[in-house]
Design a binder for this molecule. Structure first.
Ligand code: DGL
Length: 270
């Protein structure tokens, strides 16, 4: 019988948000070890140019590969939308982004329908979701929601300002169509999924919310299970951050849903 080996998976995000993807991954692949890198010193990516996002993301991807990652999960929607090809060209390990799994999940649940994608400015302007959706037979309306990342990072989850902002964004988005599903195309949005859902209902929409964390985790499980069967040992993780480790431990715990300790500091330059 071939010897079972625990896979090492690198998970990359511009900051804390990708911890929502790690959270979805941890219970899925027994025995896995995750190396999470949050490029907190250089976030947000969502307001930056393609060239800058690609440069940052490639540096982070190389760090994770050099640290022993055998698979790379780009947990950041913005980096997936704008730099997936560059990242794939820069490393020799399998790379899984968050956009394809989310669009596939939407197509499976609501074939050939209209969907609404909520995402950062850079992601929306790349039209990565719209292009992939169209290729899958979906019609995607895209809505940039730049204020949501700072509101979530401020901890303003169940907060009147966040509700007001959501009301404005979703009213504008729903004026353009009647989507069957709303795709959360940003790592931060799962934290306000109940608020997004409540606002959709208030505005008369029955659209189902689909988030990239669960869809991506399911895709990673499929890829990894096929190539390196895991033992039944619980998964482990370690985190690297390019800015304050204290802030990462504090804010990151919100996204991961459990305490994060002993974060390593990493300097990737400017
Ligand atoms: N992680 C980013 C995303 O999923 C959001 C935060 C940022 O703009 O860097 O698009």
């Amino acid at each position: 019988m071939p010897e079972e080996r625990s896979p090492v998976l690198g998970v990359f995000d511009s900051g804390f948000g990708g911890l929502t993807v790690l959270r979805a991954l941890l219970p899925r692949i027994a025995g896995a070890h995750y190396i999470y890198l949050g490029d907190t010193a250089r976030l947000p990516y969502g307001a930056k140019s393609q060239a800058t996002i690609a440069r940052y993301a490639v540096e982070s991807a190389r760090f994770l590969e050099d640290h022993g990652a055998e698979y790379l999960i780009i947990a950041c929607n913005t980096a997936t939308a704008l730099a997936l090809d560059e990242i794939k060209a820069a490393v020799a390990i399998p790379v899984i982004g968050v956009i394809e799994p989310l669009v596939h999940a939407a197509q499976k649940r609501h074939p050939n329908s209209e969907v609404l994608v909520l995402a950062t400015t850079a992601t929306v302007q790349s039209h990565a979701y719209a292009k992939l959706s169209e290729a899958q037979g979906l019609r995607a309306m895209e809505k940039e929601c730049p204020l949501l990342v700072p509101l979530v990072e401020e901890g303003w989850i169940d907060h009147p300002v966040t509700r007001d902002v959501l009301r404005i964004y979703l009213t504008e988005a729903l004026a353009a169509g009647r989507p069957k599903a709303v795709l959360l195309g940003c790592t931060h949005y799962p934290l306000i999924a109940p608020e997004i859902e409540a606002m959709l209902r208030e505005l008369g929409s029955n659209a189902e919310i689909i988030d990239s964390a669960q869809a991506t985790a399911a895709e990673v499980e499929r890829v990894v299970a096929r190539q390196s069967p895991a033992t039944q040992v619980p998964a482990t993780f370690e985190c690297f951050a390019t800015d304050s480790v204290d802030k990462f431990e504090r804010l990151g715990s919100l996204f991961l849903g459990r305490a994060i300790e002993h974060v390593h500091h990493l300097d990737l330059g400017g």
